[in-house]
Ligand binder design. Structure first.
Ligand code: GAR
Length: 195
């Protein structure tokens, strides 16, 4: 059984879809949901699903990323995760932290990588006149949003779309894609999932 920790910053809808997927004969189990904001709505949702939760507020650490990450490591290492899923976790992690979990940390990003790493992905897709958009799950490496792609889901861009309507359409696919990739990943299969 693979022990899966999930890091969030906000509502945690991707976290909910991951936790819900890890049931029955699934080879993974959620052992911790960890947030960088004690007020993250997803913490209560995780607790309601019976998953242990913890929060380490990044704000008192200011620019001291190493200090924040040292604090983050305490509950994370205590949970002894085999796999870490970043699910709407909006803090940039240092190469030192990432190296520690090399090859076993995943992230979901709301664009068809390598297009639009970073923020405001949906607005950038609209501004570019793209006819499709989507989301990607990738392995986390030191370079932001650039690790090996483990899955992608595509959606059409519709006439009249705004960043909000496009984001809602992509999010529906995120909730399908991330569990599908995680299931393969914990089974040792790195073949990309294409939805
Ligand atoms: C999701 O759309 C996720 O792809 C995005 O944040 C949202 C979190 O929603 N992640 C990033 O932009 C990472 N750079 P959720 O909290 O409801 O899962």
């Amino acid at each position: 059984m693979s022990r899966v920790a999930i890091l969030i910053s906000g509502g945690g809808s991707n976290m909910v879809s991951l936790v819900a997927s890890m049931a029955g004969d699934h080879p993974g189990r959620a052992v911790l949901v960890l947030a960088n904001d004690p007020a993250a709505k997803g913490l209560q949702r995780a607790a309601d699903m019976g998953v242990p939760v913890a929060a380490v507020d990044h704000r008192p650490f200011g620019k001291d990323r190493a200090g924040f990450e040292a604090a983050l490591l305490e509950p994370l290492l205590a949970a002894q995760p085999d796999v870490i899923c970043l699910a709407g976790f909006m803090r940039i992690l240092t190469p030192d932290f990432i190296r520690r979990f090399q090859g076993r940390m995943l992230n979901i990003h709301p664009s068809l990588l390598p297009k639009y790493p970073g923020l405001h992905t949906h607005q950038r897709a609209l501004d570019a006149g793209d006819s499709e958009a989507g989301c990607s799950v990738h392995e986390v490496t030191a370079e932001l949003d650039a690790g090996p792609i483990l899955g992608q889901a595509r959606v059409p861009v519709m006439p009249g779309d705004t960043a909000d309507t496009l984001s809602a359409r992509v999010l529906v696919q995120e909730h399908r894609l991330y569990p599908a990739v995680l299931r393969r990943f914990v089974a040792g299969d790195r073949t990309p999932v294409l939805l």
